[in-house]
Design a protein around this ligand. Structure first.
Ligand SMILES: [Zn+2]
Length: 118
């Protein structure tokens, strides 16, 4: 995500934005992941969100990095393992089918356990 991408989110003037507390240092130990993060500059994204949320008066929430946003069904709350290569969430409990990232985003929006960082 580029800085422009962050601005386009912030400019929709949401009540709040929830981000994950990603273990960037841990992920940097993986050579392949480290390479792609350097390309998109993920290390700066959280800082950019902080600055822009402050500018626009938006609450910035961060969920714990162990919050399993990808593994929870955003419809029924069922939890199941989601290997990284699985791009679609197909709930074994209620049958919901959603794109992995969209499902995770809905879970972040619905999260009740978070820290307000801005
Ligand atoms: Zn479900």
């Amino acid at each position: 995500m580029k800085r422009k991408g962050i601005l386009s989110i912030v400019r929709t003037n949401p009540q709040f934005i929830t981000i994950e507390n990603l273990n960037i240092k841990g992920m940097m130990r993986s050579k392949r992941l480290a390479n792609s993060f350097q390309q998109i500059g993920l290390g700066n994204i959280v800082d950019w969100f902080k600055i822009k949320c402050q500018d626009y008066g938006i609450e910035l929430r961060q969920v714990d990095r162990f919050y399993p946003s990808s593994q929870i069904c955003s419809d029924c709350g069922h939890t199941q393992p989601m290997p990284l290569n699985q791009r679609t969430y197909h709930c074994h409990h209620c049958g919901m089918i959603k794109d992995r990232d969209i499902n995770a985003s809905i879970n972040l929006k619905q999260a009740t356990d978070y820290t307000v960082i801005v």
